[in-house]
Design a protein. Structure first.
Length: 158
């Protein structure tokens, strides 16, 4: 019997025992010392939803907000990025099902203001959505980033 592949929404709502705060191991010490929070996917989505039209956030700001919320030294870069990706795909899944209010994932950028090429619909769709909200997207080689993105970054209050 084949098992049904979970939807993006199911992946978003499956916390798998997260959030967890753990000591940073010897293997992870390039990130520093102290504690690391591995968030639940829905926590990342909730922070992404707080970014209003015309504003932006990066994965690093989300990581900092999660670390503060859980009294940890840092937020896990790997899982935070993966959970942002899941959130983006869940939003597109909801849109395809007729939802008009979805997580504005295109407002969540990578470090340096880079557009996440792994988000649904690709770079061109994100570029269009960001430009529609008043941002200027610039291409350098194969990468796309938002010009002056730091001026639009919001601080998340938890």
């Amino acid at each position: 019997m084949l098992s049904k592949k979970p939807t993006w929404q199911e992946k978003l709502n499956n916390s798998k025992g997260y959030p967890k705060v753990e000591e940073i191991t010897t293997h992870e010490q390039e990130m520093g010392t102290g504690t690391l929070v591995i968030p639940a996917p829905i926590e990342v989505d909730e922070l992404m939803k707080k970014v209003p039209k015309g504003k932006l956030i990066t994965i690093n700001e989300i990581r900092c907000a999660l670390a503060a919320k859980h009294h940890a030294t840092i937020g896990c870069p790997l899982t935070t990025g993966i959970f942002a990706w899941i959130s983006a795909h869940a939003a597109e899944e909801q849109k395809q099902q007729g939802a008009t209010e979805i997580t504005p994932y295109w407002r969540t950028l990578k470090t340096g203001g880079l557009i996440n090429e792994k988000y649904p619909e690709g770079i061109e769709m994100q570029k269009m959505l960001l430009e529609h909200e008043g941002h200027m997207v610039i291409q350098k080689g194969k990468i796309f980033f938002v010009k002056d993105y730091l001026k639009a970054i919001i601080s998340l209050e938890l």
